[in-house]
Design a protein. Structure first.
Length: 436
């Protein structure tokens, strides 16, 4: 695809950072921002002043993000802190999520739009429960790339043996997960070893630095470019003399490739038409693919509006009212068996009923729990849903956009859960999704 390379020339990598408390996550993010020259001079001066006041010898980069942590500890809920920086090779958005067990839902939120997860491990502690939890969530949310950053190597004398032990430990656990690309990097965020610059203190490590790995991870194939999906967000009708008959369908492509001349089918109506033109932010374009936002015009009038979806006639999503899904429960109030909620899937919203809880997942052991099916905040479970109107869905593994949804409380309009579709009308024995 010729536009793919153009699109990738200065593309955006979204990544989430996850680790236990005091694994050095704040220092690592601070080091990335500092060494990539993404900190303003006044911020740097303030950082130096506070470091001096504390009597610390090394510039305390964790202070760049610790303001937020202090607010969290005072009970102020900050869902996810997003940070932006760029290098000549790529732009980045970091989703900084808290490490505590009670913030599982925050990590799900941060990881839901990410291409990659950086999972921190303290070299002294090795793989702990939090490591397993974060890795499971990365797998559940379909993150194709994980970087395991073994931090604080300075505190284990830069030991290759210790690093290899942790690699073996993690690889054993991850073998039960679905993460296609895992890389291991030994580093010291405090001293900057293997973060942006190659470490001279670990000559045994022949791999890339963290920043270079982030810059060069190929994400062009992460989107599904096979199954064409275009959920309509709005219909544009200018009603001006200049554009009197203009009728464009605006939205963000969720999969596949669309070109002028392609025949599309509008779902759920089943009406067909051909694409007359596709417009991006800079005008008409020859082809469009995920995750581009575009406006399409058709060669004939069809009855389509927000909540409908364009697909190709010989490659359509499933139209279902019953579906099986994995959910992470966000709300402080427990899930109500047979409770009625709203479900939002792409640009479509309808009512739904929770028909059954199949099992709960113990995130640390990956075992299924069936003896206690009470679902509270941060719990991850397999459920069966029935919707009032058909949804046009794919499996989450096939398409993260058409395979995901949120559940909303119809009275408070608060988001109570995020869900990943395992399959429509499927028995819970057919796929484990990581639980054993």
């Amino acid at each position: 695809m010729h536009t793919d390379e153009h699109y990738r020339a200065m593309d955006l990598l979204r990544f989430t950072t996850a680790g236990s408390v005091d694994d050095g996550k704040s220092t690592l993010i601070g080091r990335l921002l500092y060494d990539s020259k993404a900190i303003f001079d006044d911020t740097l001066d303030n950082l130096q002043r506070v470091t001096n006041q504390r009597g610390e010898e090394v510039l305390n980069l964790s202070l760049l993000t610790d303001g937020l942590r202090a607010e969290r500890e005072q009970g102020i809920t900050i869902d996810v802190a997003y940070r932006y920086f760029a290098t000549p090779r790529r732009k980045f958005i970091i989703a900084d999520t808290p490490g505590h067990i009670q913030y599982t839902r925050n990590m799900v939120t941060g990881a839901s739009t990410a291409n990659l997860a950086v999972i921190l491990i303290d070299a002294r502690k090795g793989v702990i429960e939090q490591t397993c939890r974060h890795s499971f969530i990365a797998s559940l949310l379909g993150l194709p790339h994980v970087i395991v950053a073994v931090n604080k190597m300075d505190l284990v004398d830069w030991s290759e043996k210790r690093f290899n032990e942790i690699v073996t430990q993690f690889a054993e656990f991850a073998s039960r997960l679905d993460i296609p690309d895992i890389k291991f990097i030994p580093l010291s965020a405090l001293h900057g070893d293997n973060v942006v610059e190659k470490s001279t203190r670990m000559p045994w490590y022949q791999g890339s630095t963290l920043l270079y790995t982030l810059e060069t991870t190929y994400i062009g194939s992460d989107h599904n470019h096979v199954d064409a999906r275009f959920p309509i967000q709005t219909v544009i009708r200018p009603h001006t003399d200049e554009h009197h008959d203009f009728r464009g369908f605006a939205g963000r492509i969720a999969g596949g490739v669309f070109k002028p001349g392609d025949e599309i089918v509008s779902l759920p109506s089943g009406q067909t038409a051909r694409i007359k033109s596709i417009r991006g932010p800079g005008g008409e374009i020859a082809e469009a693919f995920a995750p581009m936002s575009v406006v399409m015009t058709l060669d004939r009038e069809i009855d389509s509006s927000r909540g409908n979806l364009f697909a190709k006639r010989h490659n359509q999503p499933s139209s279902v009212q019953d579906l099986e899904a994995m959910i992470c429960w966000f709300a402080e109030t427990e899930l109500q068996p047979r409770g009625r909620y709203l479900i939002r899937h792409t640009s479509r919203e309808t009512q739904c009923t929770l028909k059954a809880v199949r099992y709960k997942v113990d995130v640390n052991t990956l075992h299924k729990q069936v003896d206690d099916l009470t679902i509270g905040m941060n719990d991850i479970a397999r459920i069966h849903l029935r919707t009032a109107e058909p949804l046009m869905i794919d499996r989450y593994k096939q398409n993260r956009t058409t395979g995901s949804f949120i559940i909303v409380d119809p009275f408070t309009h608060a988001t109570v859960a995020a869900g990943m579709i395992v399959n429509p009308n499927m028995s819970p024995d057919e796929e484990d999704h990581g639980a054993v």
